[in-house]
Design a binder for this molecule. Sequence first.
Ligand SMILES: Nc1nc2c(ncn2[C@@H]2O[C@H](COP(=O)(O)OP(=O)(O)O)[C@@H](O)[C@H]2O)c(=O)[nH]1
Ligand SMILES: [Mg+2]
Length: 346
Amino acid sequence: MECGIIGLQGVGKTTLFTALTAHSVAVQIGSMKPNMGIAPIPDPRLAKITEFIVAQKVIPATLQVVDLPGVPSGGSNLNAVLAHIRNVDALCHVVKCFDDGNPESDIDSMNSELIVADMVVVEGAIDKAERTAKHGDKESQKRVDVLSRVNALLEEEKPAREGEWDESDRAILKSYGIMTAKPMLYVANVSEDDVSGDSNAANYVTSYAQKNGGESVVVCATLESEISELDKNDQSDMLESMGLVEPAVGPLARALNTLLGLSTFYTAGEKEVRAWPIPKEAPAPQAAGVIHSDIERGFIRAECYHVDDLFSLSSEKAIKEAGKLRSEGKNYTMQDGDVVNFLFNV
Ligand SMILES: Nc1nc2c(ncn2[C@@H]2O[C@H](COP(=O)(O)OP(=O)(O)O)[C@@H](O)[C@H]2O)c(=O)[nH]1
Ligand SMILES: [Mg+2]
């Protein structure tokens, strides 16, 4: 899963990026090149599995993040900036709530920039698709239909995500990189003395997201950036002293999972214990395909149990004895928190 961090200049995008990626990438300040990195997603269930199943390696799910150069108000370099985010799965919109941040005007101007940029893309694309559609090409006609519906929304200054799209429509929107169609997570970047997000500015962001079909999280990017530099023990001390339960990457990744409709399953053996994100309600073979296409192709069955059974019964042996080890076929719908061993033959 890839997520693009967007927002106006000076709102804390790069600071958030360094926090999420735990300073593992040397950031380029003020450059027009995007910073790219990978954030491991903290997962309490994954950590708990390893208390019962000792493994050589623990591999968390990851979030790929792209920190984009700020969108200058006025939008002079907008297209260069936006070219980088056309391919991401979701957008993280950082809103300045520290100092004298004005979330209302910032959110509006950022969203208008995105709408205008999408209009430029859509207009060009409609022209092109109409030309091929004239020759009776069904596929092009479908694209003209979707693009025209996007255009109608954009002209009303609405983001494309407000439209009703089926799966094939969404694929078309994605292929054109329509940004306002992407799920949006609003990040209220608060000051050090408002980590729980009680200020009016933070409240505005939270309720704006609620009203507009997005998710939101409250983060103090500077503190998170400092926390991410500490070793594990100091990290928990500092979090506790601030009244926080976990680093921001946790809630942030979970909010993205909700937006993208993802759930998680696990594989657990002596070699490794690992978390795998999949679309909610994916059938077992599709989940197997996330691990390797061979396992999907040669899928026989999935032997699985739920993490909660491991936590209550303490071992796979006990799970088996309690009759909680299930053998599921290719029509099985994966459940969030399944621990799975796929049997396959190629
Ligand atoms: N007080 C406070 N300052 C922040 C926070 N996040 C970022 N800043 C400051 O805002 C300035 C711009 O941050 P930066 O991450 O470079 O913003 P970008 O242009 O969006 O990438 C820097 O001086 C940061 O230290 C925050 O959560 N609290
Ligand atoms: Mg920056």
